[in-house]
Design a protein around this ligand. Structure first.
Ligand SMILES: Nc1ncnc2c1ncn2[C@@H]1O[C@H](COP(=O)(O)OP(=O)(O)OP(=O)(O)O)[C@@H](O)[C@H]1O
Ligand SMILES: [Mg+2]
Length: 251
């Protein structure tokens, strides 16, 4: 049996007195909306020809806003969120993140913008299987050159209730535990924009409530913008605004 460190400090990683928010070289403007989406369309080839998953979607999210995206299964929510993060490319339309047209950037440019501004929680967690829980959470900090990656990662795992699972590999974690590691990984760099796909989908009510509280706490502490895909009416109700997507269109 591996031994687990129990003495994880019960503190929030220090928020830097002056962070780099809005100062990334790829950034256009401090006054821009957090997200501006225009005419966003996604078509894919399928057996019967072409399938349109998103039909010319338009919306804007202001900085520090909390937005819920709701809709039936298969309506296009995950596709939309992936496009907002530049993880997928649209067939048509634009996504501006803090004023920067992300599809005008090359892949490296999008990667550096994501690193500077964005936390993403995937519906399927997407933890790296060969890294432990704490190593998964350390990764974005290390990529950003943070010298305090380990204590910050341990502290964030503490906030999602996983201090006793630091050295577990993902395959030895339950679904809800993996989800909490994924949330810790997305939060740990305190990104100005957090995109989360069903962040409480695998959690029991009490843990889900704790994770929701944490997300809104970070939103308040850091003025971060939150965009959540959810089926949970209680979570949607806590967001400042809800948009509904049906068969790839905003309703
Ligand atoms: N690469 C692809 N090729 C073909 N069809 C796709 C592709 N990606 C997504 N789809 C289809 O597009 C639709 C929207 O998928 P998406 O994952 O965005 O739905 P969702 O709203 O997130 O659903 P859920 O609530 O079940 O997670 C689905 O019908 C899906 O099968
Ligand atoms: Mg989905």
């Amino acid at each position: 049996m591996p031994d687990f460190p129990h003495a994880t400090a019960n503190f929030i990683p220090d928020s830097p007195a002056s962070d780099n928010r809005g100062r990334h070289p790829a950034t256009a403007s401090g006054d821009a909306a957090a997200i501006a989406v225009t005419g966003l369309t996604k078509r894919v080839a399928d057996a019967s020809g072409e399938l349109t998953i998103l039909h010319s979607v338009d919306f804007t999210v202001q900085k520090a806003e909390t937005l819920a995206i709701v809709g039936a299964s298969g309506s296009g929510k995950s596709t939309l969120l992936g496009l907002l993060a530049g993880l997928d490319t649209p067939s048509d339309g634009k996504v501006l993140i803090d004023g920067t047209d992300i599809f005008a950037l090359d892949e490296d440019g999008r990667a550096s913008l994501r690193k500077a501004k964005l936390g993403f929680v995937f519906q399927s967690f997407q933890l790296l299987p060969h890294l432990t829980a704490v190593e998964n959470v350390m990764l974005p900090l290390e990529l950003a050159g943070d010298g305090d990656a380990r204590p910050k990662a341990e502290a964030m795992l503490g906030r999602v209730g996983l201090s006793s699972r630091l050295k577990h590999y993902p395959k030895y974690l339950s679904g809800g535990e993996q989800q909490r590691v994924a949330l810790a990984r997305a939060f740990v760099t305190q990104p100005p924009l957090l995109l989360a796909d069903e962040p409480t989908g695998s959690l029991d009510a009490a843990t889900g409530e704790a994770v929701i509280a944490l997300m809104f706490e970070l939103n308040r502490e850091h003025g971060s913008t939150l965009v959540l895909v959810t089926h949970d009416p209680a979570m949607a109700a806590r967001c400042g605004r809800t948009i509904t997507i049906a068969a790839g269109r905003l309703v």
